[in-house]
Design a protein. Structure first.
Length: 274
């Protein structure tokens, strides 16, 4: 029998869960695994740390799901622009394995949180967006999408805006509006949703299918870039990119979650002091 852990149960009654985290060596996954390990037994799964931990090996991932109480599926190909050049790769990596995970979790009655994206609101613009739209369409009961906006913080990929800015490798900026949310706040949101989803399963009440996870505040990318380099070149963004990805976090706020970390402008101000 699987043990469910809920924020609604007294502390002494809460039990550890065996939690599978795909993409465990990634930016968000790495931070999340550390937080989960305090009260859970984490099963990391990432091709970066083990060449056999490939989510396309669907029989392997199904066997692991069978041993777990909860699944958090973060493994996916990111980068909206790159998806234009390699659409098939994004289908093979983002859609097919996710559907297998969703189906297995549904068959086992195992709760699932999975990475969606803020680009879902304009999903038709890119193969990446389409892959996330399909993920949300194939999700079952007790499977909740995490619509991350633009996440930043320690461990972010070298290709990400804030990392390039920090390393003085940003060649240009756009006038896009982006909702920058710190990875620590993202992890706290996932932890809250994990407990909420466990509780929903306990009482047999379905949750909303997906939640925006951001700050609810949009910042102009070029304004942030100019804080470090006032002479940065400004270019038009690619047509595959959303003009504005500011999140509506009202549903997360109802679960007593609010971003606590310094916003992106404050973060950059600290960079300027170094």
């Amino acid at each position: 029998m699987k043990i469910k852990r809920s924020i609604y149960a007294p502390y002494e009654e809460q039990k550890r869960q065996r939690v599978l985290v795909t993409g465990s060596a990634g930016f968000i996954g790495g931070h999340l695994c550390k937080a989960l390990a305090v009260d859970n037994d984490v099963v990391p799964y990432d091709i970066v740390t083990n060449m056999f931990d490939d989510i396309r090996r669907t029989e392997d991932i199904e066997e692991i799901i069978d041993t777990c109480d909860f699944v958090i599926h973060l493994a996916a190909n990111a980068d909206v622009r790159r998806s234009i050049a390699f659409p098939d790769e994004y289908w093979e990596n983002n859609v097919e394995p996710t559907t297998v995970i969703q189906n297995r979790c549904h068959a086992n009655k195992t709760p699932l949180l999975y990475a969606s994206s803020s680009c879902i609101h304009q999903w038709h613009k890119s193969p990446y967006g389409i892959s996330k739209k399909v993920n949300e369409q194939t999700a079952r009961d007790f499977q909740v999408g995490l619509r991350f906006t633009t996440v930043y913080g320690d461990g972010a990929r070298d290709s990400m805006f804030m990392t390039k800015l920090k390393n003085n490798k940003l060649e240009y900026a756009t006038n896009h509006i982006r909702d920058f949310v710190h990875v620590n706040d993202v992890v706290k949101a996932i932890m809250i949703l994990k407990d909420e989803l466990n509780h929903s399963m306990d009482i047999g009440r379905s949750m909303r299918l997906a939640y925006d996870i951001g700050t609810g505040k949009g910042l102009v990318v070029s304004d942030l870039a100019k804080m470090i380099n006032p002479n940065i070149e400004i270019r038009e963004g690619h047509e595959c990119e959303a003009d504005n990805n500011t999140a509506n976090i009202s549903l997360m706020q109802k679960m007593s979650w609010d971003p606590k970390e310094p916003d992106a402008a404050e973060f950059i101000n600290e960079l300027r002091k170094k």
